[in-house]
Design a protein around this ligand. Sequence first.
Ligand code: ADP
Length: 324
Amino acid sequence: VRTIGVLTSGGDAPAMNAATRAVVRVGLERGLNVKGIRKGYNGLLNEDIIDLTSRHTADSISRGGTILFTARCDEFKTPEGQKRGAEVCREQGIDGLVVIGGDGSFQGAQRLAELGINTIGIPGTIDLDIACTEYTIGFDTAVNTAMEAIDKIRDTSTSHERCSIVEVMGRGAGYIALWCGMATGAEDILIPESFDGNMPKLEQQIIEHLLRNRALGKTHHMIINAEGVGHSYGMAKRIEAATGIETRATILGHMQRGGSPTAKDRVYASMMGAYAVDLLCAGKSNRIVGYQNGKFMDIDMDEGLAMEKHVDDYQLQIAHLLGK
Ligand code: ADP
């Protein structure tokens, strides 16, 4: 391996920069040339590629977002796009590629590996929804950002004796909601994994819980709702109509993707970036870097992507118990 490339793809996540920085610095230290591919697979197809030096990553470890930019690229989902991507890698002399992104981005990396380009995936997603790893870049920061916002909403909600619904990110996975819910002592936590699609039933349960708590003298009621359950504004209206208790919905949205990463995210992302380079140096391809049982590790990409992630039932049970 003489030259490696690095790109960030799909949804951005805080501390992607820490991973990029480690890829660059460890790559250079190992005697490799490092090329930055900007805007994900789009940049690969458009040859938006720059030579990276340590200078490019200076002052990046504390910055949110991704200095390489990110994008979605439909063309890369086609066999022609993928062939072209592999061709560009060969033309540019890139014989190893680090892809920082979610499972969609990993599927692109898998295709490139099949076409003979050594690729390593680093899990970069605030959603924590990659089954083969207990840690994904950005989750810790996103949870802390959302938690701080929820604490603030809770203050004003208590003053006005309101019920609050705060919608956090997580279309397919409720980890942000579960963690924020536990961390803020929420009364209800709604996640897609345990939602059967019956909204009237769910709302009825919340209404009964809210009325029970009011009867006990509780002055607020915080509901953390995952994006995958959604419908927060409608839910607020219906709860207010049914209970007479003022109910407000807040959708936190993209603020959860931004901000300066936590120490944990910076350190883990740095380790994963370094690990990915060392896998490429060892001639490995089609692997995902993960963190399991207290250790950084790697797993075959096909195997990793085939795994299914399940919310820890015990954690879910305790979260509900604590919010009772
Ligand atoms: P994430 O990586 O965060 O899951 P996406 O699912 O949007 O985000 O994927 C990011 C990009 O990865 C897509 O825009 C596309 O370029 C590429 N990609 C996603 N799925 C595939 C696939 N099945 N085959 C090839 N490339 C894919």
